[in-house]
Design a protein around this ligand. Structure first.
Ligand code: NAP
Length: 250
């Protein structure tokens, strides 16, 4: 992995960066020269591996455990990063879970835990990081939503509601922070091959993807790199970029 200096001197916090899409984002932005804070919840070894990967390639990174669904844990995380790195230039709200079930059978706990991490967690991180970004009058926030938040999905009412909520939160935050030099955008992945999707009915999903293949975490990481770049960041805010092989066209 050769590093470039596109993001040299910047500190990026990626939530849920031990595996899947978050890991790919961490590696991609490290390659662009940024220092990466690898947040994880319950996989310390995987998070350490991501950090070692980055360091072995000449990059800068460290890992921090935090439960993004918990307010105190999020506030501690942001405080620690600000103490250690002095600032956060880019926040990637990526951590997410699924707990699928049809509405009639969905337990309230399954509803709540998905909302707590996938929606409230994005709010908690955004609020905590925005305080520091507002002081510096610059910052980029990129939220990982989902095409499911745009189109709904039987069996994923909790997940779809959280991801649709993230889109409303993205646009509201973009409007609140625009005058202070902070952009807020979202990326809506389609079906990406990670632990999250390994149990799903692949054949059925494949038939709904015009480009005819599943997505790779690196495709999302490339879109994140673009939205975090100087070229995009000066004049793109409040947008949802779909990276979904054409699954949803609107
Ligand atoms: P994944 O492979 O299951 O990875 C989930 C990541 O989130 C892990 O790093 C995990 O950390 C972390 N995490 C879980 N609970 C957490 C918590 N309470 N606090 C902090 N971190 C936590 O999932 P993925 O497929 O990469 O998904 C990443 C994001 O993309 C999610 O927001 C997901 O909704 C979204 N997305 C995925 C797809 C897809 O097709 N895969 C499509 C659309 C959107 P540990 O390893 O420590 O548990």
């Amino acid at each position: 992995m050769a590093t470039s200096n596109q993001m040299q001197g910047q500190t990026v916090l990626v939530t849920g960066a031990s595996r899947g899409i978050g890991k790919a984002i961490a590696l991609e932005l490290a390659q662009a020269g940024a220092e990466i804070v690898v947040n994880y919840s319950s996989s310390p070894d995987k998070a350490k591996e991501v950090v070692s990967n980055i360091k072995d390639s000449g990059g800068k990174a460290y890992e921090i455990q935090a439960n993004i669904a918990n307010e105190e844990s999020v506030n501690d995380l942001i405080k620690t990063v600000l103490e250690r790195s002095g600032k956060i230039d880019v926040l990637i709200n990526n951590a997410g879970i699924t707990q699928d079930g049809l509405i009639m059978r969905m337990k309230t706990e399954a509803w709540q835990s998905v909302i707590d991490l996938n929606l409230t967690g994005v709010f908690l991180c955004t609020r905590a990081v925005a305080r520091a970004m507002l002081k510096h009058k610059q910052g980029r926030i990129i939220n990982i939503t989902s095409v499911v938040g745009l189109m709904g999905n039987a069996g994923q009412a909790n997940y779809a509601a959280a991801k649709a909520g993230v889109i409303g939160l993205t646009r509201s935050a973009a409007k609140e922070f625009a005058s202070r030099g902070i952009t807020v955008n979202a990326i809506a992945p389609g079906f990406i091959e990670t632990d999250m999707t390994k149990e799903l009915d692949a054949d059925q999903i494949l038939s709904a993807i015009p480009l005819g293949t599943f997505g790779k975490p690196e495709y999302i990481a490339g879109a994140v790199r673009f939205l975090a770049s100087e070229e995009a960041s000066s004049y793109i805010t409040g947008q949802v970029l779909q990276v979904d092989g054409g699954m949803v066209m609107s």
